[in-house]
Design a protein around this ligand. Structure first.
Ligand SMILES: NC(=O)c1ccc[n+]([C@@H]2O[C@H](COP(=O)([O-])OP(=O)(O)OC[C@H]3O[C@@H](n4cnc5c(N)ncnc54)[C@H](O)[C@@H]3O)[C@@H](O)[C@H]2O)c1
Ligand SMILES: O=c1ccn([C@@H]2O[C@H](COP(=O)(O)OP(=O)(O)O[C@H]3O[C@H](CO)[C@@H](O)[C@H](O)[C@H]3O)[C@@H](O)[C@H]2O)c(=O)[nH]1
Length: 447
């Protein structure tokens, strides 16, 4: 009989995972503690913007005309416990308030709610990004708190999807990593992923700590590439070099590669920043001082980039305070193709200038609702042209395709001054300069 799957926590990761599991042919039951999310999902609507996800949900959510009916959602833990052979935990693991460490309280609470309802045999699979050592602790909790007959076991199966490509990455992962303690757990996870779409995908079987560390070290490596190129941008600025050309040229070396070498205002989002900080905190606890020192530098280079952008804007406006200056900000999300503004460098830069007296107007294709919610005191406009109207400077801070396709000449009509600062190094300087704009970017020559 086909496996039945539950997905606990239906945010960015869980909503996508649940829909993808249904797409792979499994019966799936999703649970979340937020009733509004469950109500939306039951209507076949994703609780956030993620390309292709609404379509996948409508294809499978029970009760929607023409759907497979394989995907349902609930808030009832007993129903989840009785339903699933495999329970995926996709719970948020944010940074603790005022600390670097990971806040495991949401995961702990989910396991505490699930354990007494498990019916056997049950495999609980953590997908959240957690500090190394968490799986071992949670396995012991599960053993102590699940009914004897449930034969409950834990496995760890970190997730590597990128927002904006979540559906594609889930259905076509570049690797599957499982931390297991038994042949049964490995066999069940192989069965889950033994689908035509996952065929040929490397399947790495390992222990708990390695599985946990693979995830945090993968994110740390990505963060390292970005902070490396941003450090090179600083060198280029100091010497008159061009970091975009430099990245292209070093990237032709296969050992280096061209990806993740875009200099600018740095990385943000709900993953990279908090994951490297949690890694740092854990390294500190474990006495792994080299790892801690190394990651601290990656984080500090990244945060410096945001401040550098603010200073570049100040300097471009003639120096001095921002008071009375009109600043248009294109972009609020932490990257394009998402509505996610968690730890967004764009919103951070906009916020810093606003708090220093600048008159900031933000426009973003998808992130307006979330941006307004987290930063209600900023000015917002409904279009890029409206944001730019009367601006003394335009800051390009999230590299949406819509911004690359803007007509610099038309935008120039709206701006008070044709001055654009590209915080993402992704606009075409030649095009903007031709239309009479002063174009500046981080780590690139001024003219
Ligand atoms: N977002 C990504 O791109 C991504 C990719 C890979 C890994 N991750 C990791 O996956 C985890 C989830 O991230 P996310 O971005 O989906 O977070 P999210 O906040 O979007 O989703 C988490 C969900 O869990 C729910 N939840 C919280 N406590 C719960 C409880 N006790 N019981 C049931 N549900 C509960 C929340 O209501 C929310 O809907 C994190 O550890 C993150 O680091 C995220
Ligand atoms: O050359 C680059 C590439 C990216 N970024 C920035 O880096 C951040 C993160 O980008 P990305 O990694 O694409 O976004 P996420 O969706 O947060 O995905 C990361 O975090 C997820 C959650 O852990 C992992 O699953 C993914 O593998 C990992 O790429 C964004 O702010 C980007 O603007 C740069 O500044 N320069």
């Amino acid at each position: 009989m086909a496996l039945k799957i539950t997905v606990i926590g239906t945010g960015y990761l869980g909503a996508t995972h649940a829909a993808a599991m249904a797409e792979l042919g499994f019966e799936v039951l999703g649970l979340d503690v937020v009733p509004e999310k469950i109500a939306m999902l039951q209507r076949g609507e994703a609780p956030m913007f993620e390309p292709g996800l609404d379509e996948l949900l409508r294809k499978h959510v029970a009760g929607i005309e023409g759907s497979s009916g394989r995907l349902r959602f609930t808030q009832d833990w007993a129903e989840v416990g009785a339903f699933g052979d495999v329970h995926f935990l996709c719970i948020n693991t944010p940074q603790k308030h005022g600390e670097y460490a990971c806040d495991m309280s949401y995961v702990d609470s989910a396991i505490a709610s699930l354990a007494p309802h498990l019916t056997g045999p049950a495999l609980v699979v953590g997908k959240s990004t957690v500090p190394v050592g968490s799986a071992d602790r949670l396995a012991r909790y599960l053993a102590d708190h699940s009914p004897a007959g449930a034969d409950a076991e834990l496995a760890w199966n970190p997730e590597f999807l990128r927002e904006g490509f979540a559906v594609q990455d889930t259905l076509h992962p570049d690797r599957i990593v499982v931390g297991v303690r038994s042949e049964r757990a490995e066999k069940l996870l192989r069965e889950v992923y033994a689908t035509p779409v996952a065929e040929g995908t490397p399947f790495v079987v390992t222990d708990f700590p390695t599985a946990e560390l693979v995830k945090t070290s993968a994110n740390s490596f990505l963060a390292t590439k970005i902070s490396f190129i941003n450090a090179m941008a600083e060198m280029c600025e100091a010497s008159g070099g061009d970091v975009a050309k430099l990245a292209e040229a070093i990237g032709y070396d296969d050992r280096i590669g061209r990806k993740f070498l875009r200099a600018g205002i740095g990385f943000g989002g709900g993953c990279l920043p908090k994951d490297i900080r949690a890694f740092m905190a854990r390294a500190g606890e474990l006495g792994a001082d080299q790892a801690l020192t190394f990651l601290r530098e990656i984080d500090s280079i990244n945060m410096r980039q945001r401040g550098q952008m603010v200073e570049l804007a100040r300097e471009a406006l003639g120096g001095g305070p921002f008071l009375g200056k009109r600043v248009a900000v294109l972009g609020a999300t932490f990257k394009p193709d998402t509505d996610d503004v968690r730890d967004s460098p764009a919103l951070n830069v906009a916020g810093q200038i606003h708090l220093q007296g600048g008159q900031v107007t933000v426009y973003d294709p998808m992130g307006m609702e979330n941006a307004r919610r987290v930063f209600p005191t900023l000015g917002y406009a409904d279009t890029a042209v409206e944001a730019v109207r009367g601006a003394d400077v335009v800051l390009h801070l999230t590299e949406w395709r819509e911004f690359r396709e803007l007509d610099p000449a038309a935008l120039g009509e709206a701006a008070a001054v044709r001055l654009i600062l590209d915080g993402r190094n992704s606009l075409d300087p030649v095009l903007w300069r031709k239309a009479g704009w002063t174009y500046r970017a981080m780590g690139r020559p001024t003219a």
